[in-house]
Structures are given as structure tokens and as C-alpha cells.
Design a protein around this ligand. Structure first.
Ligand SMILES: Nc1ncnc2c1ncn2[C@@H]1O[C@H](COP(=O)(O)OP(=O)(O)O)[C@@H](O)[C@H]1O
Ligand SMILES: N[C@@H](CCC(=O)OP(=O)(O)O)C(=O)O
Length: 375
């Protein structure tokens, strides 16, 4: 498979559209372009690719609605502008997707949400429920409750964290330049477009080192390269491409060489499992019966409550637990879908009986196979 076919063959993508592009450099929402991006996203969607859209532009749209000509210096004013602008932003997207009979969902997240294990799993479950329903989630930073992110105006990192969260095959960052150049094209007219690189290639750092922040006080290419490295941790590629090129998403879908493709060093699933195995401390143990030990060892299966005999330790949903056999030998590790008290109440229970025991169902599996590594 050629590297560009990775893009056309993607099953799940995160598309991030930056402030500079979406708001015509702060002059209000770019309505004509918005229509065009939605048409292209829908072509992809109709072909069976699940899409999460990460949309910036709340601050810029809020400033325009409030009649503010200068970007305010006070963070609380930026937050106020974002709260006003988010209304316009979501409205504009919704109207466009409605033309295609497609529902949208507003998802506001912070970086902290994604580093808290429980909220991470909750956000993941919500997004993974929306996608098969054919809904397009539209994600932005929850600017009311954060200050750092709004100061730096960086949704590239959020896009990468969402790509990790939903295990996307790729992250597409649409911006006002045609891609990543070997130096800032705003300052160097001879700058050359980088067509393809490994996301972890250290030479990229020098190319983006001047920051090159856009007029809206945003993160420039530095945050895009950093985002590509984050996305690569779960095996996703990143395409940085120019949203001003009329049909850029359509060209990318057809495998045409547009923008800069930054590639991960590892395949998607291996990368995620390595991340799981390496980054988290175990908080408790699930003692499995022999049937569960056998199916886990065979690989590729989730752990259901029915195969668990005993729960040990005190853990919360989303934390890492160890799965052991009755002799205490560790078989696997994974992110658990229920708190220890809930897990104890559903041990040995068929998945369809979870609701009866708990009054609700978070997940049918105690540990989903995507969240598990065999030891
Ligand atoms: N090596 C580079 N290649 C391309 N653009 C660069 C580079 N270094 C800095 N930039 C700057 O990054 C800007 C895009 O980033 P930004 O303004 O944050 O956009 P967005 O809102 O789309 O995230 C470009 O307009 C450009 O001036
Ligand atoms: N969340 C804020 C700021 C995000 C932002 O501008 O990020 P970026 O598009 O990466 O420069 C907004 O919607 O205006």
C-alpha cells in the first residue's frame, strides 16, 4: 500500500480545521468554504469513513459577533468571546450538515478530560457511540473552563488527543498554508513544501522553530508537528494540508499527493497497546476462571464479567487492572470499564444481566479487547 493510499483507505479520521482558515484570518466565518468542506467530508462519510471534526474559530467568531476589532488580552474576555462564538460556529456547521440529512453533535473537551482515566473512557464511549450512528461529532476546546489552551489557541493538540481517543487511522490538519514547509513561507518566499516525513524526524523541529504564530495568536506549525507526534503514538498518520485549495479533502481521498504527510513509526494497534502497557500502573486485580483465561490467551477477545471470579483492590473506571488466573499468574492487563465496587457486583454475571444488577450498563465488556494487552 502506498503511503497516500493510507489516506484514501482510512476507516476513521479526525479532521481539524484551524481558526486562521475557518475565520478568514479573523474576518468572520468563511461560509462559502465551510459549505465546500462539508460537501467533501460528506463524500468521505458516504464512502463509509467515520469522521470526527475538530473545529476552532469560537474566539474569532465571538469577537466578530461582539464587534471587537482587537484580540483581547485578558483571558476571561477570550473565554467570553469563545462562549459567544461557539454558538455561531456550531450553528454554521449544523446547517451545512443538515443539507445532507446528517446529524451533528457538539463535544466540548479539555486536555485534562483526556488525561483523567475515567473521563477519557467516558468521552471515548460517547464518541464511539455517535460514530456508528452516522453522526458527525464537532469537537472544540471547552474554553470556559481552561486558560492555558485558550491563551495558546492550540486545537492541534486536541485533534491529536481525539485521534488517540477514537483510535483514528489519521489526523488531517487543514490550515492556511499548503502544508509544512522547510521554513515559514510567510517569511521565506523560497520555502519548500515537505511532501512526506516521519513524524518523529527531529529535523522537523528546526523548520518550525520560529513559531510562526498566525495573526489570531495561534500555535503555528510547531503545534502541528507536536500533534503529529502525539497522533503517531497511537499509530495515526497526520496530513497537514491547505484548506484554501478548493477540493483538498477530495484530492486527499483520491490518493492525490496534497499537503505534508507525517507518518508514524508503528502500526495503529501495536502502538496503542505499547502505550497502554508502558504508561499505566495497575490498580487492582481481576481473578479469572479457566474459561476466561483460555479465551484471553487465544487473543483478540474482550473480557466479559461472566469470566471473572473475584475482584481485588480499589480502582476506578478507566484505570489499569491486572487479569490473573486462580494461581495468581498474570495473563493480561487492561483499562477496566467499571469501578471496583461495580465490578464486584457483576462478577460471574452474563452481560445482558448487567443492567439488572447495576441499574445501568456502561459497557458490556469488563475490559474491551482494544484496551487490553496480553502479558
Ligand atoms: N515551516 C512552516 N511551514 C508552514 N507554515 C509555517 C511554518 N512555520 C510557521 N508557519 C506558520 O504557521 C501558520 C499556520 O498556523 P496557525 O496560524 O496556528 O493556523 P491554524 O489556525 O490553522 O492552526 C502559517 O500561516 C505560517 O505562517
Ligand atoms: N478553542 C479556541 C482556540 C483554538 C484555536 O484557535 O486553535 P488553532 O486553530 O489550532 O489555532 C477557539 O475555538 O477559538
Amino acid at each position: 500500500m502506498s503511503e497516500r493510499q493510507r489516506i484514501s483507505g482510512a476507516r476513521r479520521l479526525v479532521v481539524k480545521i484551524g481558526s486562521a482558515l475557518l475565520t478568514n484570518d479573523g474576518r468572520g466565518l468563511a461560509s462559502a468554504e465551510l459549505t465546500h468542506w462539508v460537501d467533501q467530508i460528506m463524500a468521505w462519510h458516504r464512502a463509509g469513513t467515520e469522521i470526527v471534526l475538530v473545529s476552532s474559530g469560537a474566539v474569532a467568531e465571538g469577537m466578530s459577533r461582539l464587534g471587537w476589532k482587537q484580540r483581547p488580552e485578558h483571558v476571561h474576555e477570550l473565554q467570553a468571546a469563545a462562549a459567544v462564538g461557539q454558538m455561531g460556529l456550531i450553528q454554521a456547521w449544523e446547517v451545512q450538515f443538515q443539507r445532507h440529512g446528517t446529524h451533528t453533535a457538539q463535544v466540548l473537551l479539555t486536555h485534562d478530560d483526556l488525561s483523567d482515566r475515567k473521563r477519557y473512557l467516558n468521552a471515548r464511549s460517547t464518541l464511539r457511540t455517535l460514530l456508528p450512528l452516522g453522526v458527525i461529532p464537532i469537537v472544540n476546546e471547552n474554553d470556559t473552563v481552561v486558560t492555558d489552551e485558550i491563551r495558546f489557541g492550540d486545537n492541534d493538540t486536541l485533534g491529536a488527543l481525539v485521534a488517540n481517543l477514537v483510535e483514528a487511522d489519521g489526523l488531517i490538519l487543514l490550515t492556511d498554508q499548503e502544508g509544512l514547509y522547510d521554513s515559514d513561507p510567510r517569511h521565506n518566499p523560497n520555502a519548500q513544501l515537505i511532501r512526506e516525513a516521519r513524524a518523529n524526524d527531529e529535523r522537523l523541529d528546526a523548520m518550525v522553530s520560529d513559531g510562526g504564530r498566525g495573526a489570531l495568536g495561534s500555535g503555528g506549525m510547531q503545534t502541528k508537528v507536536r500533534a503529529a507526534r502525539l497522533a503517531a503514538r497511537s499509530g495515526a498518520f497526520t496530513l497537514i494540508a491547505g484548506g484554501k485549495v478548493g477540493n483538498v479533502l477530495e484530492l486527499a481521498r483520491q490518493g492525490t499527493e496534497v499537503g505534508s504527510l507525517l507518518l508514524p513509526d508503528q502500526e495503529r494497534l501495536d502502538a496503542r497497546k505499547q502505550w497502554l502497557a508502558g504508561h499505566l500502573r495497575t490498580r487492582g486485580r481481576l481473578v479469572l476462571d479457566s474459561g476466561a483465561v483460555r479465551v484471553l490467551r487465544e487473543g483478540g477477545r474482550s473480557l466479559l464479567p461472566v469470566g471473572v471470579k473475584r475482584v481485588e483492590g480499589d480502582f476506578r473506571r478507566g484505570e489499569m487492572v491486572s487479569c490473573v488466573d486462580e494461581q495468581g499468574l498474570e495473563i493480561a492487563r487492561g483499562l477496566v470499564s467499571y469501578d471496583s465496587t461495580e465490578a464486584a457486583r457483576i462478577t460471574g454475571c452474563a452481560s445482558e444481566k448487567i443492567a439488572e444488577r447495576l441499574g445501568y450498563v456502561s459497557e458490556e465488556e469488563l475490559i474491551h479487547r482494544d484496551n487490553m494487552v496480553l502479558v
